[in-house]
Design a protein around this ligand. Structure first.
Ligand code: HEM
Length: 452
């Protein structure tokens, strides 16, 4: 038996068009219904878009691995994220994507070296100092802390810069606005709301938020770009600055580098922050799992600085994190489109139709899991087929930062658990919303008490 963390209750029946519009404007999870967690595939018809949701493992394999060229990343996703990410690896396709992935690969090999581990550990140490400033037993909104520390890790590892608290607040606030407005823009596009109305309803606000984030990143990157020959840093930005494009034999332009860094900032902090907040939530609900994780952490290292091998040996804590990723996959859906007319199961798809593989549904599918909504870290003692568990994606578009994120998450969790006992604030229920990532709209209120 495991505890059953909160998730939005699905509707009994498929909602009508207007209801769908109103519900999904807030969160796409609000539009799900009971059958969504049982079906192998389903079709969502909207005035401006035809969408196929695919849960069936064989079809998922075709879309994400065997036939991946037929199901590129969606143009709509690219268009929606462009104000922030420009033309970067997360949304590009074909040769452009291939080249960008090649360009970034060596930087991520760097994440295995101890320098990155040390940078993550120092960001975690600063986070612990922030927690220690609260009175013992305070109720703390931990989501804000997880967002800050993960953004700080990205700043330190990618740009060798510490995230300053004031600037941090400005960037993270702009990012929340960007997320909320992007989800709304998507729904407006599905329902053919005209562009002029969309601009009034939030599109301008969204553009402004994207600009604020890019301007802040640009302020750090530009001096280093202009003076790249003397750049002695050993970070991901430095490797981007020194890379020569094999085709043009030129350095990457400032805009190209800004696009990649903005993308790494988005993909690298938002997802990890979401997963850490949900892990702290699950551990606060499941005191037995928390005690087991705590025992493991102190049996490995009671009071010293954690080493890379300490972190690797935290098997149970890793299972806890994986189980939180199952229940609350930060990237709740993967957006693709069909390149040609095609067929999925018995359904005919027209060229350009939207195809969605949704870990949120697959990870909670009734045919694939026992007690799908329960938190049971021990499930991960067994191998789980990758078509049924894919928090980091699948196939050639799999997350490039997976190793980075796993290492970072365990460092942060181990530091918190060793020093604090976590309990959910009495009566607190998270407001689970699906936007670009799966987050709690009312934060995460946790009582943190010092362990003696
Ligand atoms: C718990 C944390 C994370 C989760 C759950 C996660 C999840 C994912 C998923 C599901 C995808 C594939 C999306 C798709 O196929 O549509 C992806 C792609 C990507 N992620 Fe992550 N991610 C995490 C952390 C990170 C970090 C820390 C970085 C970088 C510092 C990163 C960088 C990327 C990049 C660059 C891609 C695009 C890869 C490509 O298309 O070739 N991610 N991530």
């Amino acid at each position: 038996m495991g505890v059953c963390p909160f998730h939005p209750k699905p509707h009994n029946n498929k909602a009508g068009l207007i209801t769908t519009f109103l519900l999904k404007r807030r969160s796409w999870l609000d539009g799900l219904y009971v059958k969504s967690y049982k079906m192998r595939s389903g079709r969502v018809k909207m005035p401006g878009f035809d969408l196929f949701v695919v849960n069936d493992p064989n079809e998922v394999r075709k879309i994400m691995i065997d036939n991946v060229k037929e199901f590129p990343k969606s143009d709509l996703l690219h268009e929606l994220l462009k104000p922030l990410l420009g033309v970067s690896i997360f949304t590009t396709n074909g040769e452009v994507w291939k080249k960008q992935r090649e360009l970034l690969r060596p930087s991520f090999e760097m994440t295995r070296i101890s320098k990155v581990f040390d940078l993550m550990s120092s960001a975690a140490a600063d986070m612990m100092d922030r927690f220690r400033k609260y009175e013992d037993g305070s109720i703390i909104e931990v989501d804000e802390h997880m967002t800050f520390v993960t953004a700080d890790v990205i700043f330190r590892t990618i740009m060798s810069a510490k995230l300053d608290e004031e600037k941090g607040k400005e960037i993270l606030h702009a990012f929340v606005t960007f997320q909320e407005e992007t989800a709304r823009t998507a729904i407006r596009k599905f329902f053919c709301v005209p562009q002029w109305l969309s601009n009034i309803l939030g599109e301008n606000k969204r553009m402004k938020a994207g600009e604020i984030i890019r301007q802040n990143l640009s302020n750090i990157i530009k001096p280093r770009y202009d003076n790249y020959a003397n750049d002695t840093h050993c970070d991901i930005l430095s490797s981007l600055l020194h890379t020569i494009d094999a085709d043009s034999n030129q350095r990457f332009s400032f805009e190209e580098i800004l696009d990649q860094v903005s993308m790494l900032f988005l993909a690298g902090h938002e997802t990890t922050a979401s997963s850490l907040t949900w892990t702290l939530y699950c551990l606060s609900l499941d005191q037995d799992a928390q005690q087991k994780a705590y025992n493991e952490v102190i049996s490995i290292n009671k009071d010293g600085k954690f080493s890379i091998s300490d972190i690797k040996n935290m098997r149970y804590l890793t299972n806890v994190f994986k189980e939180a990723l199952r229940l609350y996959p930060p990237v709740g859906f993967f957006a693709r489109q069909s390149k040609n007319d095609t067929k999925i199961r018995d359904k005919v798809l027209k060229k350009g139709s939207g195809v969605v593989v949704a870990p949120w549904l697959i990870h909670r599918h009734e045919d694939f899991w026992d007690a799908p909504h329960e938190f049971r870290p021990d499930r991960h003692n067994d191998d789980i087929p990758k078509e049924k568990y894919m928090p980091f994606g699948l196939g050639e578009r799999i997350c490039i930062g997976q190793g980075f994120a796993m290492q970072e998450a365990i460092i942060i969790l181990a530091n918190i658990l060793r020093e604090f006992k976590l309990e959910l604030k009495d009566g607190f229920i998270p407001d689970v919303v699906g936007r670009l990532t799966v987050r709690s709209a009312n934060g995460m209120m946790i009582k943190m008490t010092r362990r003696q």
